[in-house]
Design a protein around this ligand. Structure first.
Ligand code: NAD
Ligand code: TYD
Length: 353
């Protein structure tokens, strides 16, 4: 089996669902269920014996030791993190605790587990760390996209904490020989995306008749990747990545925020027109910019394509249409996440885990 951490969050849940749709290898899913974790993302697995969910913290060494000894996973995929830049600006402490201390504790527990494995299992073992393009900092408008050799120049508490975790993972390979792989991915979008991030926020606010907040001039550029393409890249790196290497994952889709928001508005105008006949674009509002806002991210994903033959399956046009449709078809998911009702359920269901 594999151990997935943070598998109740946006990307982790998509990864677990995709994994079990494609193979029969069981998943042990360890997630703290912070505000961003939602066990309802995994409802379709409630009767599936291949999926075991444990509520817990990657910084809890005792729990980690117990789970690793009991389940003996052949690989760990580490998604668990605090992931929202704006939250990291308001309160960086949790980011240091989970992204830095948590990754450190997980690495130490995994190192102990891995050291004690029989030779063949030891050889086959993998620790895959899921990271972000934000560790590379910001790009000038005409600069080439980030390659894996780009300097680390993180600018936010979030990206600095992820950069620190990447360095720990690298060091555990060079110092202890731990068989690690790191992926640095661009901005994801798709189903189960918590509606505090740009794309789901815009869809949800548009439908609720609320303002669509654009930070500053809205000309900041992100490189968007459909979440299931990120999941397929991780599966491929886990399967065939070279030990100790990092792989950039991206969708070759650079867009300014304002253009993304306008596109979502036009899709909603087509799929769920406003009652008054106006465009959802009328709800766009410019608000104060984020402090230290990175101007541009862009990923050069050629190494992953060249070495492992991976390419995204979705274009932005197909992926964003699927995403908007998913939100239109899942109003109950949005309502649950917004009301916090799912957290009450979690408390009831997992208080003894
Ligand atoms: P998310 O915030 O939606 O989910 C994070 C999950 O981790 C949640 O389920 C949360 O409960 C869990 N978690 C948080 N702290 C934990 C802890 N201490 N122990 C165990 N579980 C904990 O984040 P996401 O968008 O799904 O991102 C997943 C990973 O991918 C993160 O490492 C993030 O840095 C990385 N990443 C995200 C993006 C993106 O666009 N969302 C892009 C590149 C990389
Ligand atoms: P976000 O989804 O928070 O991802 P990240 O900051 O990790 O790239 O934001 C994506 C972009 O959208 C980023 O440039 C900030 C901007 N943004 C807004 O303009 N308005 C918003 O309300 C939010 C949440 C983000």
């Amino acid at each position: 089996m594999i151990l997935v951490t943070g598998g109740a969050g946006f990307i982790g849940a998509n990864f677990v669902l995709d994994w079990l749709a494609q193979c029969d290898e069981p998943v042990l899913n360890l997630d703290k269920l912070t505000y961003a974790g939602n066990v309802h993302n995994l409802d379709s697995l409630s009767q599936d014996t291949r999926h075991t969910f444990v509520q817990g913290d990657i910084a809890d060494r005792t729990l980690l030791d117990r789970l690793l000894a009991q389940h003996r996973p052949r690989a760990v995929v580490n998604f668990a993190a605090e992931s929202h830049v704006d939250r990291s600006i308001h309160g960086p402490e949790d980011f240091i605790q989970t992204n830095v201390v948590g990754t450190f504790r997980l690495l130490e527990a995994v190192r102990q587990h891995w050291s004690g494995l029989p030779a063949m299992e030891k050889e086959a073992f993998r620790f895959l760390h899921v990271s972000t393009d934000e560790v590379y900092g910001t790009l000038e408008p005409e600069a080439p996209a980030f390659t894996e050799t780009h300097n680390y120049e993180p600018n936010s508490p979030y990206s600095a904490s992820k950069a620190a975790s990447d360095h720990l993972v690298r060091a555990w390979h060079h110092t202890y020989g731990l068989p690690v792989l790191t992926t640095n991915c661009s901005n994801n979008y798709g189903p189960y995306h918590f509606p505090e991030k740009l794309i789901p926020l815009v869809i949800v606010n548009a439908l609720a008749g609320k303002p669509l907040p654009i930070y500053g001039d809205g000309r900041q550029i992100r490189d968007w990747l459909y979440v299931r393409d990120h999941c397929s890249a991780i599966r491929r790196v886990l399967e065939a990545g070279r030990l100790g290497e990092t792989y950039n994952v991206g969708g070759w889709n650079e867009s300014a925020n304002i253009d993304i928001v306008r596109l979502i508005c036009s899709l909603l105008d087509e799929l769920r027109p406003r009652a008054d006949g106006q465009s959802y674009a009328a709800q766009i509002t410019h608000v104060t910019d984020r402090p230290g806002h990175d101007r541009r991210y862009a990923i050069d994903a050629r190494k992953l394509e060249r070495e492992l033959g991976w390419k995204p399956a979705e274009t932005f046009e197909t992926g964003i249409r699927k995403t908007v449709q998913w939100y239109l078809e899942h109003p109950e998911w949005v309502a649950q996440v917004q009301s916090g009702a799912y957290r009450d359920w979690v408390q009831k269901q997992y208080q003894s885990a």
